[in-house]
Design a protein around this ligand. Sequence first.
Ligand code: AMP
Length: 248
Amino acid sequence: MKILVAVKRVVDYNVKIRINADGTDVATNGVKMGINPFDENAVEAALQLKEQDQANEIIAVSLGSSANQDVLRHALAMGVDRALLVETNSKLQPLAVAKLLKAVIAQEQPDLILLGKQAIDDDAGQAGQMLAALLNYPQATFASSLQLENNELLVTREVDGGTETLALSLPAVITADLRLNDPRFVKLPNLMMARKKTITTIPVADLGVDIESRLKLLKVAEPAPRKAGVMVSSVDELFQKLLDHEGV
Ligand code: AMP
């Protein structure tokens, strides 16, 4: 079985997000970037299937500028076999991501496609669903466990008030939740070795896909600052404050 994993380069999850001076987007200049956390879970799931002899090749793909090589090297250091960079400096919305991935899938013909459940920068949570629709493949989103049995993929996903387990025929699209696994720690020697590996670059124009944006980002704003706390001198005063509070 061949697995394709999509990995996005996003602002590192430990970094406090700032907005650029003209309020048009999140500031990324000089900001630490890294692999989208849910995509790391997707890579880990692929590696575990390979370790169980249920997969023989894992390909990581990232769409974006040459800077995305760092997240591909991270995936190589974790253990994927090959890395593809679809190179573009255009800002990609989820539909464009889905269309580009579909074009890569037409070339690579993977049996399983793994994505993160959402990118932590745009929080869109759309690319996997759109990709499955474009390919007309079965999909299971927010996977918290997956298991391959007799050529069927059993996927457990969290739903309101419990979990549901789905059986999917392959090829299929799965999006990974954080609960799926604990991604392995990337050791320095593995990172050094990954630096020497080849990343295949595909210029976006070669895929012949319309990546034109369908919507315009009008503005980005910080949340309203938190109001200062109030000190109370007794429990009675606290109760009174709570009762007086708007909406109570
Ligand atoms: P989103 O719909 O933007 O929240 O993204 C969902 C998932 O799609 C991410 O977790 C990635 O697996 C994949 N994805 C989105 N953008 C990219 C990208 N530029 N390159 C590779 N994968 C991506």
